[in-house]
Design a protein around this ligand. Structure first.
Ligand code: BYC
Length: 309
């Protein structure tokens, strides 16, 4: 006699997608809500560091591109909140938990954007790290999350290219511009590596998430993929990665690299990074100021329903 859990695992092992009406273990549902909500919050909070530079973009052309990118991030947040809602959680509940500091979002967005070169570094490194992680999520066992990721990945690869192109232009410019690019790489390199989460040996969720095929590749393996992909790109720019231990290892066929400052990682994750407070305050303010929009939309929907009845 097979249990519902065994049947579920067999479905996963057969590479079938889990869809909202299907039976699923409570742990699977909770783990997905946790990850998808965290992902959605990251997209929305992630609008702030770049939004900060829209009014200061160096040209109208750059401004139009940056605005489009930031709007894309809002769109990603919306697809992801919708995907999470199919698991029975309400969007308002997720907002509430984020505002109370009970839901996480990616550590990377708690660092400040100090120069225009940071727009290049975010596109190149942050979107680059996000794509590395998200390509595997297009094969996630939960259908609505996997499908949302397909479109998100297409848009993220445009984001990555636009960031890299900003840095190419800066690196081919004056010595001050090249220094700005190097300074941005110095500040964003290590936080980008932290995006992949703790070492596999320290990761709470990886083992179970991989068994359920929510994740397909572990944190450390994805981080290695990202380093291997990014080092030649830095070389092409003529920039130096701020890691004295970085070197090609011909035996492994990968780059070796130094240890992340895990104390810094956990400090930021626990809410004490350079910009945590400001990011959350801004988010709560935007939510409060947008109350009238939600009320107007609800009133419109209620009127329409009353007229149809
Ligand atoms: N930051 O067991 P682990 C974007 C937490 S935005 C904060 O390995 P898991 C963009 C983790 O939640 C897209 N917390 O977790 C937007 C867990 O704590 P809880 C960003 C982190 O889930 C604007 C604990 O540490 N991408 O692209 O197996 C502009 C133990 O970790 C972090 C995503 O959100 C972190 N970096 O693996 C530009 C991807 N790392 O929840 C770009 C979706 C770990 O038990 N998320 N923690 O309290 C994932 O793929 C996975 O959740 C992770 C972590 C790989 C991040």
């Amino acid at each position: 006699m097979t249990t519902p859990e065994e049947k579920f695992q067999a479905l996963i092992d057969a590479e079938e997608k889990v869809e909202p009406p299907d039976w699923m273990p409570e742990g699977y549902r909770k783990n997905l809500i946790r990850q998808i909500a965290q992902h959605a919050h990251s997209e929305i909070i992630g609008m702030q560091p770049e939004g900060n530079w829209i009014s200061r973009a160096p040209t109208l052309h750059r401004k139009a591109i940056l605005m489009a990118k930031v709007q894309d991030e809002a769109g990603h947040g919306l697809y992801l909140y919708s995907a999470a809602e199919t698991l029975g959680v309400k969007r308002d509940e997720m907002q509430e938990l984020l505002h109370q500091g009970k839901h996480k979002y990616s550590s990377i967005f708690n660092y400040p954007t100090l120069s225009w070169a940071d727009m290049g570094a975010i596109g190149w490194l942050v979107d680059g790290a996000a794509i590395t992680n998200q390509v595997m999520l297009t094969r996630c066992s939960y259908g609505p999350y996997a499908r949302a990721m397909v479109r998100i990945c297409k848009e993220e690869s445009f984001h990555q290219r636009q960031g890299y192109e900003i840095l190419i232009r800066l690196c081919q410019g004056t010595s001050e511009q090249k220094e700005m690019a190097q300074d941005a790489l110095d500040r964003w390199w290590w936080p980008s590596l932290m995006m992949f989460g703790p070492h596999d040996s320290e990761s709470t969720h990886t083992e179970q998430s991989m068994e359920w095929k929510i994740k397909r590749v572990s944190n450390d393996d994805l981080r290695q993929q990202f380093v291997d992909m990014t080092v030649p790109q830095a070389e092409y720019l003529g920039l130096e990665i701020p890691d004295p231990e970085l070197r090609w290892n011909p035996e492994r066929g990968h780059y070796d690299f130094g240890e992340i400052d895990w104390e810094e990682f956990w400090r930021v994750v626990k809410g004490n990074g350079p910009m945590n407070r400001e990011r959350l305050e801004h988010k709560v303010r935007a939510w409060e100021e947008g109350t009238w929009v939600r009320e107007a939309a609800a009133a419109h929907a209620a009127k329409k329903a009353a007229r149809a009845a």
